[in-house]
Design a binder for this molecule. Structure first.
Ligand code: AP5
Ligand code: ZN
Ligand code: ZN
Length: 249
């Protein structure tokens, strides 16, 4: 299967991807993840992309089309892929069609994570990421689990609340090390991190970019008859079963 996941920041694209990927043995190509890796490694690509990403604006079409063109050639992507966060402009969608046409393939389904803007700030500001696996957690909706300990989410929630009173740096560090010592009993012992663009101010411009530049892409696929709308405001498990329904039909 060749799938596209489209939706605003925080709509759940990254959360649903691992399930879809495992169910159908697909490769997961997330332009945001690839760009963040390039920024962290200070590659020429990362240096070009950083400014736009920090402001919550889109990186140029040429840069992202180049990344996707390269990534789709990987042997693991030949049987199928999930595009997460690409295409985000109509130009990107047209370039993608050209690339696929050359390979004699096409997109099977576009999953539209439909959700109201008002829900997204809480999702974005509560997100924590496990750096090496890319797994995503949420202080309230998806707290990290440690065997025998149900209350780790509570620590995050506490630090989150205290942040509002101006203790941001210290308490995040404290929550990080608390998590670190609990985590040592489990798999990796790494602390969770937050994304630099996950602030209310940057979210605002990311949402503007979505409505102005990405919503037309939804119409583009709607007119091709391959669009499926998902109720992305539902809890994660319910969204997963909606995805499975769409993909098995
Ligand atoms: P990107 O990394 O793609 O960010 P985004 O589109 O803003 O999407 P997010 O990753 O924020 O949202 P998500 O839907 O994956 O949410 P998640 O599942 O993690 O792009 C970043 C930047 O890179 C862009 O701003 C741009 O500069 C650049 N860029 C990337 N691609 C580009 C392109 N093609 N062209 C140009 N520029 C590009 O969920 C969020 C939180 O909510 C988590 O904490 C999660 O646990 C929780 N959650 C998830 N689902 C649920 C649920 N159902 N109920 C409750 N909580 C939930
Ligand atoms: Zn994501
Ligand atoms: Zn809109």
């Amino acid at each position: 299967k060749r799938l596209i996941l489209i939706g605003p920041p925080g709509s759940g694209k990254g959360t649903q991807s691992p399930m879809i990927k495992d169910d159908y043995c697909l490769c997961h190509l997330a332009t945001g993840d690839m760009l963040r890796a390039a920024v962290a490694a200070k590659t020429p690509l990362g240096i070009k992309a950083k400014e736009a990403m920090d402001k919550g604006e889109l990186v140029s079409d040429d840069l992202v089309v180049g990344i996707i063109d390269e990534a789709m050639k990987k042997p693991s992507c030949q049987k199928g892929f999930i595009l997460d966060g690409f295409p985000r402009t109509v130009v990107q969608a047209q370039k993608l069609d050209e690339m696929l046409e050359k390979q004699g393939t096409k997109i099977d389904k576009v999953l539209n994570f439909a959700i109201d803007d008002s829900i997204l700030e809480e999702r974005i500001t509560g997100r924590w990421i496990h750096p090496s696996s890319g797994r995503t957690y949420h202080t309230k909706f998806a707290p990290p689990k440690v065997p025998g300990l149900d209350d780790v989410g509570f620590l995050f929630h506490l630090s989150f609340l205290l942040n509002d009173y101006g203790y941001r740096m210290n308490l995040q560090a404290a929550a990080g090390s608390l998590y670190l010592c609990l985590c040592l009993q489990t798999v990796t012992g790494e602390a969770l991190i937050q994304r630099k663009d996950d602030t209310p101010a940057v979210l605002k411009s990311r949402l503007e970019a979505f409505h102005r530049q990405t919503e037309p892409v939804i119409d583009y696929y709607g007119s091709k008859g391959i669009l499926a709308n998902l109720p992305a405001e539902k809890p994660p498990k319910e969204v997963t079963s909606e995805v499975q329904k769409v993909l098995s039909s």
